[in-house]
Design a protein around this ligand. Structure first.
Ligand SMILES: Nc1ncnc2c1ncn2[C@@H]1O[C@H](COP(=O)(O)OP(=O)(O)O)[C@@H](O)[C@H]1O
Ligand SMILES: [Mg+2]
Length: 405
């Protein structure tokens, strides 16, 4: 992977580890060369809980991606999730000193630093400082203040932070496999790069990624990231509820959820049952379809309502012109669009990654949105768009520095 036009995205999910290898082409489009996968073990609610086991899974996914893409991976863009991740919005201010009137690179750095000067708990570190809007001498709508005349530069940022040691665990996992971490990116932000186009971001959109152990969301308003969050609840909780509620083994509950589960209530005929066949170690039995659907419905409604309350609390619900986009493995539950539209009171649709060159139908699955989004993010950084570069690179140096020696 010596060529600097090849990027790899790595998602260490609760259900699977996924690696996407992509190539930037001359016309500035991105082509997927291959996707590698391995089932996750040693990961709970998006975080590593058994280091050696998790490392083996990451290794397997990397090897799989290398074989499929015919690329030797040397560096990855690493997706980060977990309930410890928090965020807030803050404004930075810089006043140019006497005799200087033109805004330069240093002012842009200074306004960013100023916005980050908020006291965080000792154990936390900043992951992202994402620019929202610039203002020069009170004038808003400034897209790029560099080179403009002005005395006062202000800027709003979305700042994401998390517990340092948990982030370092994921980075160390990569490091011990002899790979570099080019950047750490919150998963929801990466996912948005895969499922939203520029227009959606401009109109306002909420992206919800419902995976196995977490639900990650991000809100775009007027083209900028306005809010993000991680809830430590996902599709595995639905499986768990089914296992307990129906008194069946977890693996059987997972299969039942995927094959028969539907979140729509009142869809089953009265008394309609599903026969679970005998399987090793599990005596077969009949269960009521409506009971199954009720359990799935309740948990999924709860997940969606938690997101809805958080988006409402930040007063962003009225700015989602493009609506709600749901992705991740659990977005495949039947009836989810209808339920989400009801919970949010606006159109909601399920989505897989937007089409990319080289993405055959094999990759057009909502489970791959984050990893494909990481490759897209890497491409954006490569194109040097003024998103979050610089500061992230420095964050990385700080985070990875400990593991250098
Ligand atoms: N067809 C399906 N219908 C409903 N749920 C599904 C389906 N396929 C996968 N899932 C669920 O999706 C979750 C995994 O999603 P994924 O996005 O791969 O998770 P993660 O990124 O957290 O590893 C699991 O809880 C799994 O049960
Ligand atoms: Mg995921």
């Amino acid at each position: 992977m010596a060529r600097d036009n090849i990027f790899a995205g790595l998602e260490i999910g609760t259900t699977k580890v996924c690696v996407v290898v992509a190539e930037a082409r001359h016309d500035n489009t991105l082509k997927i060369l291959g996707v590698g996968n391995a089932p996750s073990r040693g990961i709970r609610k998006g975080e590593i809980v058994d280091f050696e086991t998790a490392k083996r899974c990451v290794h397997d996914a990397i090897v799989d991606a290398e074989e499929r893409s015919d690329v030797e991976i040397s560096e990855v863009y690493l997706g980060i999730s977990g309930g410890h991740i928090r965020s807030f919005n803050n404004r930075g201010v810089v006043v140019l000193e006497e005799g200087r009137e033109e805004i330069d690179e240093q002012d842009l750095e200074d306004v960013r630093t100023n916005a980050r000067e908020v006291s965080l708990p000792m154990e936390d570190c900043v992951l992202h400082t994402i620019i929202q809007h610039y203002y020069v001498d009170g004038q808003d709508g400034v897209l790029n203040p560099l080179g403009l005349f002005g005395k006062k530069l202000e800027a709003d940022f979305h700042i994401v932070y998390g517990i340092r040691t948990r982030i370092q665990n994921a980075i160390r996992c990569v490091k011990e496999l002899e790979l570099e971490t080019a950047d750490v990116v919150i998963s929801s932000f990466a996912t948005a790069q895969a499922v939203l186009d520029k227009n959606d971001k401009q109109l306002g959109a909420l992206v919800i990624d419902i995976g196995g152990g977490t639900t990650d969301f991000v809100v775009y308003v007027e083209g900028a990231v306005k809010q993000s969050g991680v809830i430590a609840v996902g599709g595995d909780h639905i499986t768990n509820d089914l296992s307990i509620g129906l008194k069946i083994p977890s693996a059987r509950a997972e299969k039942l959820k995927i094959e028969e589960g539907d979140v729509t209530l009142g869809n089953a005929f009265p008394g309609e049952t599903i026969v679970l066949r005998d399987e090793t170690g599990f005596a077969g039995r009949e269960i009521e379809r409506e009971t199954l659907n009720q359990i799935v419905h309740c948990r999924l409604r709860e997940i969606l309502e938690i997101v809805e309350r958080q988006v409402e609390a930040d007063q962003n619900l009225n700015y989602l012109g493009a609506g709600v986009f749901i992705t991740g493995g659990s977005s495949q539950l039947r009836g989810i669009e209808h339920l989400a539209s009801e919970v949010f009171g606006m159109p909601a649709r399920t989505t897989a990654p937007l089409p990319l060159a080289g993405v055959t139908s094999a990759f057009e699955h909502p489970q791959f949105s984050t990893a494909i989004g990481l490759a897209r993010y890497a491409h954006l950084v490569h194109l040097d768009r003024p998103i979050t570069r610089g500061i992230l690179s420095r964050t990385m140096k700080r985070l990875t520095g400990i593991f250098r020696t």
